[in-house]
Design a binder for this molecule. Sequence first.
Ligand SMILES: Cc1cc2nc3c(=O)[nH]c(=O)nc-3n(C[C@H](O)[C@H](O)[C@H](O)COP(=O)(O)OP(=O)(O)OC[C@H]3O[C@@H](n4cnc5c(N)ncnc54)[C@H](O)[C@@H]3O)c2cc1C
Length: 382
Amino acid sequence: MIQFSIFLGENYLKKVEVLVLGAGASGLMFASLNKNKNILVIEKNNRMGRKIIVSGGGKCNLTNRFVSEKNYLGESKFIKDVLNGFTNRDVLKYFEEVDLVVKKKNQFFCKNSAVDIVKFFEKRVKSILFGCEVLDVEYINKKFLVKTTKGNIETKKLVVASGGLSFKELGSSDIAFKIAKKFGHNIKTLNPALVGFTLQRDDFWMKELSGVSLKVKIKVDKKIFYDDMLFTHRGISGPAILNSSLYWDKGFIEIDFLPNQNIELKKSQKQISSNLSLPKRFIKEFLKSISLEDLVVSKLKKDELEKLKILKNYKLSPAGNFGYKKAEVTKGGIDTKEIDVNSMESKKIRNLYFVGECLDVTGELGGYNFQWAFSSANRVKL
Ligand SMILES: Cc1cc2nc3c(=O)[nH]c(=O)nc-3n(C[C@H](O)[C@H](O)[C@H](O)COP(=O)(O)OP(=O)(O)OC[C@H]3O[C@@H](n4cnc5c(N)ncnc54)[C@H](O)[C@@H]3O)c2cc1C
């Protein structure tokens, strides 16, 4: 790999054939797949793949055993076509030399460290300019003039792989959306996703449960997630909630706190808390919230038994979410209707390509977002 570290200077004009904006998952995959072409990658950070390194708790959840367009929010047909061109099996084959393990039955992680993925790319990506932030792009004489903090770069083809808005400290910026807008693209409303929810007053009792985690079933829109939910001092989180945030817009989500248990308690001589397979702290706060004491079940009145049934169908209207600082991804993005699915080229302007998270395609938790970054990068036909 050649690292360009020189300051190009205000008046210096470097000329390249293909410029890739961003050395994240999609930019690196594109440059790696096209290593025989004359490509320059520019990156504002001083190292590549910073999100890859922190992802999956430092082990990078690269892909999933089961991947389909149903795991994504966005235009189904577009997503399906792109995924089919470079499937999860293709990803696994491509990263054959990296030691991977399967966790939670279906998710592929690095056995040792996510750094292995970055090292894999370091061997393959030829030219990269670090510490170079793109500020703006102009189109002059059928070429792109890319204005950066290290001077101007002229390129014939520009591949925008600069991701979404979440985790700014890892390098995120709005440059993809700025460029897309400038060239007449529609941007579908952007929002943090795969993120925890903040609570409304009615649900503040959950704030007393910080640190408690339990398995729940959540229904949001037409989706159902069966996974862990975690209570935090700010609100609610955990995989079931993060996935729900992808499909939640407004209104309520339905939580079943007892996905494996029937609530028909009948005439038990035990207290409520002993009848329900829920953490004691949870039951205590829940009962407080519905003004019910932890009585012997057989002594409960009909309306009190009814109140308990809320546990199977708790309607929670989030106040909002924890924001881009905590969100794993940005949902919404560049409208895929204006992108050629066969080449990822903009339908508005020739030789401009968009890949990865900046597009209006967002995956669920479980390796789907890297899979998308890789599949979309593979789809680029220059
Ligand atoms: C904490 C965390 C954990 C995650 N874990 C997983 C996981 O385990 N599995 C999974 O599938 N997904 C995971 N994701 C999501 C995944 O990281 C992203 O969806 C994916 O990296 C998107 O790839 P991308 O190439 O579009 O953007 P990125 O990987 O974000 O790359 C964009 C690159 O562009 C650079 N850049 C941005 N603006 C500019 C600019 N103006 N000038 C120059 N360079 C710029 C950035 O510094 C960055 O290097 C996680 C995300 C986070 C935040």
